[in-house]
Design a binder for this molecule. Structure first.
Ligand code: K1U
Ligand code: ZN
Length: 170
């Protein structure tokens, strides 16, 4: 188990289109375990493998309340098979864009097929924060960060603020 460094904007790695995992084996499970540790330490509610520099189509998430027991979820090769016409707006954040938030509109509900931690095929119908978060994370697998939905002016301001923050932390 390890806490991995998180890649931040404007690192070009975040533009990578990640490749499907061939197999859910112990190596992939070790990566997912490390991603989960990294996400909890940040703290965050989701993380895509590319955010720790690994271009594989893998996500981890945990949307449980702080007081509740952990409820980690693992999504390997997730595919959106349906998205609602209805839209929802959520004030999103991202561990790769620290301390920056913006209202982003996405389908309010979606269906996802994926492989779980054991490589078994699963499907979910996601609504609410689950729908928002999983679409945000699948965007990472396609090289898209939430600030890409903003105007170039707002995106530029966010990137400048992150660069300054990262420089101060060094
Ligand atoms: O970097 C990421 O992709 C993770 C991101 C997930 C996300 C959040 C909000 C909307 C869509 C996707 C985060 O976890 S940002 C941090 C955050 O939301 C949070 C942190 C601590 C407690 C509660 C939330
Ligand atoms: Zn993100």
């Amino acid at each position: 188990m390890a806490i991995l460094p998180i890649v931040t904007v404007p690192d070009p790695l975040l533009k990578t289109v990640s490749t499907p995992a061939d197999v859910v084996d112990d190596d992939l499970r070790a990566l997912m375990d490390d991603m989960l540790d990294t996400m909890y330490a940040a703290p965050g509610i989701g993380l895509a493998a590319i955010q720790v520099g690994r271009p594989i189509r893998v996500l981890v998430m945990d949307l449980s309340d702080e007081e509740a027991p952990p409820n980690p979820k693992y999504y390997v090769n997730p595919v959106i098979t349906w998205a609602s016409e209805d839209r929802a707006v959520y004030n999103e954040g991202c561990l790769s864009v620290p301390e920056q938030y913006a209202d982003i509109e996405r389908p309010a509900a979606c269906k996802i097929s994926y492989l779980d931690y054991h490589g078994a095929e699963q499907q979910i119908h996601a609504t609410g924060l689950l729908a928002t978060c999983i679409q945000h994370e699948i965007d990472h697998l396609n090289g898209v960060v939430f600030i890409d939905y903003l105007s170039s002016l707002k995106r530029g301001i966010a990137v400048r603020k992150v660069k300054k923050l990262v420089k101060e932390e060094d």
